[in-house]
Design a protein around this ligand. Sequence first.
Ligand code: ADP
Ligand code: MG
Length: 371
Amino acid sequence: MRRLWAGFGLAALCGALVLIAAHQVEGPPAYRETLYVFGTLVEIEIRGEDRDTARTASAAVGRLLQELHSDWHAWRPGGALHAVNTAIAQGRTVQVDERLAELLQEGRRLSCASGGHFNPAIGGLVGLWGFHADTPPQGAPPGPDAIAALVAADPRMTDLRLEGHRIGSVNPAVRLDLGGYAKGAALDLAAAELRAHGIADAVLNAGGDVNVLGTHSQRPWRVAIRDPFAWGVVGAIALRPGEVLYTSGNYERYLDHDSERFAHIIDPRTGYPVREIVSVSVLDSSGIRADAAATALSVAGRTGWPDVAASMGITAVLMITDTGRLMATPAMLARLEPAGDSLPGPVELIKLPARGTALSCGNGRDNPPRY
Ligand code: ADP
Ligand code: MG
């Protein structure tokens, strides 16, 4: 998640997605509102509605997002997820609401499909690296022994036991951190809330992760992908109704120590932050899947990502490595328009393997999954 503190400075601004300034369009003026939730600014823009309808819908979305933010918060006491983590640590089960139960079930499916690269059960590691705080982590990185102990404890989403709405875990090392897909899940629910209010034309932009409804009056919503190495953008995509575009980056939340930078996306196999990938953008029809996939593909790295994308059912990916290499799938390249005369560099076309080679519920190691 992009946090306000990360919003300062050049590096922090790189890689986020921005909506290209709207063209003049016919009809009622756009209604816009900005909220601060999920550690990021969420912009809502509604078109083609009278002001009262748009304001009512937008207020409902605001209430929903605030509620999800506190329910799903990874470390703040008082929320539903915090109660789950406390119960798991104490070997108890706890009752959750339908929404959280579904989110965890979906998290387990996505984690399995990603071959464990996306693993919301590794909250212990995320916390150990200092990312369970509202301010950036400071000081030295954690010691190798502490990291190795948490990796050896092997927390997985398949350790969860869900009976009705009661949840527990067979592994007390599971600590849930939904930061890798909560924003996607929340924007999907927010889009559904807008539709329930009769809104047909809108965009939700959570710090660069975008869901669209409709077509921005007569034209598609256009979204730019920022260049992580320079001011400016890599390119832009005209989103079709119902599409989403999510970007995971290594450049916005990190621990800086002795001129080394440790990102907030952790490889569950090693317990260390990912390095090779600077930015991953996923174009899809589901926010929750795109968000989880962007995180998973960052972890899978330069050579592993095509298998993970295929297994998760993702087709359109743009990948930027730490050496500035640009890679894209055919489905992404077909949609990516240069922002100026051309894209900032040559783009390697990467064909994905056929789907059906689904990955398993492990976390990348060779031991069998526990069910
Ligand atoms: P952003 O929020 O910048 O878009 P991501 O969607 O990749 O980035 O989410 C990163 C967050 O996901 C981290 O802050 C942490 O809460 C959580 N996370 C870190 N590593 C993993 C992982 N391997 N699998 C699932 N979630 C992770
Ligand atoms: Mg993500």
